[in-house]
Design a protein around this ligand. Structure first.
Ligand SMILES: CC(C)(COP(=O)(O)OP(=O)(O)OC[C@H]1O[C@@H](n2cnc3c(N)ncnc32)[C@H](O)[C@@H]1OP(=O)(O)O)[C@@H](O)C(=O)NCCC(=O)NCCS
Length: 375
């Protein structure tokens, strides 16, 4: 008989590792214990992972990860605990209906459920369970070095496409390398950010977990402005390999107060970040963001939103994959919670597992000196 546990004790890691290794692959990033523990917040949860586990005696048959994350949902003064789903997997040959059962179980945990990158089968089940979908979160691209980009062009794209998205900046960069991120320098008044009315609360604690203690990626957090009204850009450099080798800048989050000063400071900060990435030899930069309020800045600096049916430059880089691919977003709300509108929902690449390493690291990844220090 199958039983479903609401969390996973890390003591049983060997069973988990063998399930992940069989159902995903032996070098899947979740098989890296340090990453698994970080992802499912094991240390914060008394050595237990936030993961529904379906057991047939001692054998794992299915999992569904869920992370309670403080989320704005229409009222920035009253954030709610949203449950973000990730890594939903059922073993081949498990009893039919097990995936469905896990989804039903997780739905009982919160009136607000969210996820990104649902698969085809996952999507069809979630649709049956009345989830709403945004099938494509827009992706913005800015070319920093056309020569390198030509070598990475998607088969259906041309050099002309690149010409329409070249970084245009004549300012010198200004980076305050002395900036220390702490509660005195960063405590945004969320009322100034209507564009963040629906989405993860981008608090200092969240940053500390999501970016500063990430076990593999080296994120940089660029912040400018007063503590109550900062503009923020979070990014990392990816080393693409396969058909070509290049550095690519990935902006995983960006926001600013919505007033004129905020927009001006936002554009200046983004200009600095792109200039810095250009100087570090990146071929291009991309930014996946549901919210045009923040996506505009890339087009302001010369870039473009990629069209829905034509990929210009690859999304998957380790190794490079020339496949048309979009990030999707799905949510389910109950009990009077509102539906978000397009210009106040902030979903980006860094939400939940949208920006994750592909495989267990085999060598020390490139050490990039962090611009940002955390107190
Ligand atoms: C997605 C996944 C978790 C689903 O689990 P599963 O156990 O294979 O799926 P189920 O047996 O629960 O459901 C399969 C079908 O039965 C339907 N179903 C199952 N129980 C049902 C019920 N009680 N009432 C109505 N429909 C039901 C589902 O809607 C689905 O419909 P379909 O056959 O037309 O596709 C599993 O296939 C998997 O691990 N896939 C690979 C990884 C993946 O894609 N994960 C999802 C990420 S979003």
């Amino acid at each position: 008989m199958i039983t479903i546990d609401e969390n996973f004790s890390i003591v049983k890691w060997e069973q988990m590792r063998s399930f992940l290794s069989e159902c995903y692959r032996p070098d899947h990033i979740l098989c890296y214990k340090k990453f698994f523990e970080w992802q499912f917040q094991v240390k914060q949860n008394n050595e237990r992972a936030s993961l529904l586990c379906a057991w047939e005696d001692d054998r794992l048959e299915g999992i569904l990860g869920y992370l309670p994350i403080l989320t704005h949902w229409g009222d920035v003064n009253n954030p709610v605990k949203g449950i973000w789903l990730l890594y939903w997997m059922v073993r081949e040959g498990a009893p039919r209906g097990l995936g469905w059962l896990l989804a039903k179980r997780v739905q009982s945990l919160s009136p607000l459920l969210l996820t990104v990158n649902a698969s085809k089968l996952g999507t069809s089940i979630l649709r049956e369970l009345s989830w709403s979908f945004l099938s494509r979160v827009p992706r913005y691209i800015c070319v920093l070095d056309k020569k390198q980009c030509v070598a990475m062009l998607s088969p259906q794209a041309t050099e002309k496409d690149l010409d329409a998205m070249v970084f245009d900046n004549d300012r010198k960069t200004f980076f305050n390398s002395e900036f220390i991120l702490n509660k005195d320098t960063y405590h945004p008044d969320w009322k100034l950010y209507p564009g963040l009315a629906f989405g993860t609360v981008r608090s200092l604690d969240y940053f500390k977990w999501r970016y500063l203690s990430h076990p593999v990626f080296n994120y940089r957090i660029a912040v400018r402005g007063e503590a109550q009204r900062p503009v923020v850009c979070i990014y990392r450099i990816e080393e693409a390999f396969g058909s070509y080798e290049a550095r690519v800048g990935r902006i995983v989050d960006f926001f600013h107060p919505s007033d004129e000063q905020g927009k001006r400071e936002g554009a200046a900060l983004m200009g600095d970040v792109l200039q810095q990435l250009k100087e570090l030899g990146c071929a291009y930069v991309d930014f996946i963001c549901s919210n045009k309020t923040y996506g505009w800045v890339i087009t302001h600096l010369g870039g473009r939103e990629e069209s829905e049916d034509k990929q210009i430059l690859p999304v998957r880089l380790a190794p490079i994959e020339q496949v048309l691919r979009h990030q999707n977003f799905a949510f389910r709300v109950l009990q009077g919670l509102r539906n978000p509108e397009a210009d106040n929902l902030q979903i980006t690449k860094s939400d939940i597992d949208g920006d994750h390493p592909v495989s267990v690291p085999t060598q020390t990844h490139h050490a990039i000196v962090d611009y940002q220090k955390a107190a």
